[in-house]
Design a protein around this ligand. Structure first.
Ligand code: DGY
Length: 316
């Protein structure tokens, strides 16, 4: 008999097909009343497939008394109640590493976009401003090559961003609680000082309670009217109300944002600002990387069920 696997929400079609071929899978999000379904049938499932965006709570685990393994699509752990899983001895897998390149690529794309005003220039051309007789020419942008880059969080993705930025001849420093052994860039223990020093502040630290509003009004003030912020981490890491206020009042130079505090809701006040680039949480969103993440979700699940081993167990 095939192992019963509960799938929290929709996944890549290729992953859903692989899961359905190997296991007896049920899509929870498709049930008319997911809570009633869990109460009635939860005891039948040994595996649970979720994602960084959906996660799982202790209450969900309570409804899955025979659960042995959870496989999550994504690197973020902030919505996964790892303590509840640990208390039950449930193994948890996730998908680090395979997305480092794409998240770093998008951080650079946002940085280049806000610095060089790419999206703003695109809008300028599309609305016919370039060909309007007597119209003002497009304003000058800011140089990226050789500029000062501050990176908040210096794990695998932060270091990948640093290597890309080094290719642009950027002067790089990073902020973490402790210096990263062997990193050839300067560690700045005070985030406010990093913000004061840099031209571009890229946020790529883990989300969750420990980093909530790490980038606050004081940090934004230090960044100043010629400083830009890029967030490819979690919306919760930046105090979004303070960020919106700083942008509206032009107290920082601009922002490139992939993530928001209340996704998919983006503060309307940002929509009219030319110095802001907004994208819908797409940092890992390429065909190649999403497929690699899907493969890892499957391999973690199958590996655990076959011989108790995962390629990438979550740090518990
Ligand atoms: C991740 O992998 O954590 C992405 O940000 C998607 O949530």
């Amino acid at each position: 008999m095939k192992t019963r696997i509960l799938q929290a929400g929709r996944l890549l079609p290729s992953l859903e097909a692989r899961l359905a071929a190997a296991f007896d899978t049920v899509l929870l999000a498709e049930q008319p009343d997911p809570q009633a379904y869990l109460a009635e049938y939860g005891a039948g499932f040994e595996g649970f497939v979720t994602s960084a965006g959906v996660g799982f709570t202790a209450a969900t685990l309570d409804r899955l008394p025979r659960l042995r393994v959870i496989s999550s699509f994504g690197v973020g752990l902030d919505k996964l109640d790892l303590a509840a899983a640990r208390a039950r001895g449930i193994a948890v897998g996730y998908t680090p590493d395979v997305l480092n390149d794409c998240v770093a690529d998008l951080a650079m794309a946002l940085l280049l976009d806000i610095g060089r005003r790419v999206s703003e220039a695109d809008r300028f051309v599309r609305r016919g401003a370039w060909t309007t007789p007597g119209a003002k020419s497009f304003p000058l942008a800011r140089k990226v090559s050789g500029a000062k880059l501050g990176i908040v969080g210096f794990g695998r993705i932060g270091q990948t961003i640093a290597r890309r930025a080094a290719g642009f001849g950027m002067d790089i420093r990073y902020h973490t609680r402790r210096p990263v052994a062997g990193a050839p860039w300067l560690h700045e223990p005070a985030l406010v000082e990093l913000a004061r020093w840099c031209d571009y502040l890229v946020v790529i630290t883990a989300g969750g309670a420990g980093t909530r509003h790490l980038v606050n009004a004081e940090v934004l003030e230090a960044l100043g009217p010629r400083g830009f912020v890029v967030n490819v981490a979690r919306g919760s890491v930046i105090d979004e109300a303070a960020l919106v206020q700083a942008l509206v009042e032009r107290r920082i130079g601009g922002a490139g944002l992939d993530v928001f505090e209340d996704e998919p809701n983006v503060p309307r006040a940002l929509f009219d600002l030319d110095n802001v680039v907004l994208v819908p949480h797409i940092a890992s969103g390429t065909e190649e990387t999403r497929q690699a993440m899907a493969d890892r979700v499957f391999d973690n699940l199958q590996g655990f069920l076959r011989d108790g081993r995962m390629i990438s167990p979550a740090p518990m």
